[in-house]
Design a protein around this ligand. Structure first.
Ligand SMILES: [Zn+2]
Length: 257
């Protein structure tokens, strides 16, 4: 996949290269995850994915995008207030979801940061949320395929991309930290957001916060821009994609416009 070696994030990667366009001097010479994404016809990818994961239809009936968003907002309010109800964590719920399958009401792409425990943050339980966690809450080929499964097959009407304050992945890209192994192919997804934030004349904590928000917007754009299935569901009004920022300093989820 990627033959990148350790190097500066900012000097080795650019969005143009990642999209498979001609590489400039100092650009990446390997194949990033996004190269794979760009080379896949999303319809074909869906056909490959679904038979392997296929089960009887598991679509949750009757939960609108607004209903799902309200449930998340109410759950986070309980979390912040210290009034968790810990729903759907009983043995009966385990048995119910084993025999009856899963019917989550929202798909959430969040960072892997241990300070962002998604089900706790929204006071949800087993079978409630279809969660994709990846460093920097990026939306590359694996995450988009998983979101297609959540929205297209399981029928979650709401897709949330949730960044968080003090995100280490975004910070690393902003600072141009040197990373190795497979990390460059991951964090190259964050570079466009950081570049936009840099162009806004901000400094210090403000530029990091803006880069984190831009990174959420980037993943939202990537979800629809690289998935015919998700773009169709959005156009048909069957799903909504919304952005959010989790504040690790106080537990609050801020909904981004
Ligand atoms: Zn993070």
């Amino acid at each position: 996949m990627c033959d990148c070696t350790v190097g500066s994030i900012s000097s080795h990667f650019s969005r143009q290269n990642d999209l498979g366009q001609p590489e400039g001097q100092g650009g990446v010479t390997g194949t990033t995850r996004r190269h794979v994404l760009a080379g896949l016809a999303t319809g074909v990818a869906s056909l490959l994915l679904l038979p392997r994961l296929s089960m009887a239809s598991e679509k949750a009936p009757g939960v609108t995008p607004d209903d799902a968003l309200t449930r998340l907002k109410e759950g986070n309010a309980r979390f912040v207030a210290g009034a968790l109800t810990h729903p759907n964590l009983t043995a009966a719920r385990i048995a119910e979801t084993f025999s009856g399958g899963q019917h989550p009401f929202a798909t959430i792409i969040s960072c892997s940061d241990s300070r962002v425990p998604v089900e706790h943050v929204f006071d949800q339980g087993i079978g409630d949320l279809f969660v994709i966690r990846v460093a920097g809450n990026v939306a590359d080929v694996d995450e988009i395929g998983t979101a297609e499964y959540g929205a297209g097959h399981l029928g979650t009407s709401l897709v949330v991309v949730m960044g968080h304050t003090k995100c280490g992945a975004v910070t690393a890209v902003l600072k141009g930290d040197k990373v190795g192994g497979n990390i460059p192919a991951l964090v190259d997804n964050i570079i466009p957001a950081v570049e936009r934030a840099k162009g806004k004349g901000l400094t210090g904590d403000a530029i990091l916060l803006e880069a984190i928000k831009e990174n959420v917007r980037q993943s939202m754009t990537d979800l629809s821009g690289h998935s015919e299935e998700l773009a169709h569901l959005i156009k048909e009004g069957k799903i909504k994609v919304v952005g959010a920022l989790y504040h690790i300093e106080n537990g609050q989820v801020e909904w981004l416009s």
